[in-house]
Design a protein around this ligand. Structure first.
Ligand code: TYC
Length: 113
């Protein structure tokens, strides 16, 4: 991993632009990419089922879940959470499996933030 110098701003020696003293290095940290989980509207899934999904898989209260469900219903989709790749993939699979088992066409997808 490359080390990037930290140029201290208290270098009082003046001179040409490249004369700063390098006193420390630190490894550049990399944050893992995040993924948005999106819930899509459809004409058939009952509103109460969507509310239940949001409570069960996304830890929302009933009132949060109801609000988000209405947003999806009105706008066509909504971001219901932001997670690491593995967690997002698991949430999508859980929602899709649960919906299919209950014979609802509810769709859930993920996209890189
Ligand atoms: N549009 C659905 C209905 O009127 C409700 C719904 C909301 C469906 C959100 C899917 O992700 C969804 N019964």
């Amino acid at each position: 991993m490359p080390l990037h110098p930290i140029i201290l701003s208290d270098d009082k020696r003046g001179g040409s632009p490249d004369t700063s003293v390098i006193t420390k290095t630190r490894p550049k940290t990399q944050r893992p990419p995040l993924y948005k989980v999106l819930l899509l509207n459809d004409d058939y899934t009952p509103m109460e089922f969507v509310v239940h999904v949001l409570e069960r898989f996304f830890g929302m209260t009933h009132s949060q879940a109801f609000e988000v469900m209405l947003t999806v219903h009105k706008k066509g989709l909504a971001v219901v959470g932001v997670f690491s790749f593995e967690v997002a993939e698991t949430k999508v699979a859980q929602v899709m499996d649960f919906s299919r088992r209950h014979q609802h066409p509810l769709q859930c997808t993920m996209e890189k933030e």
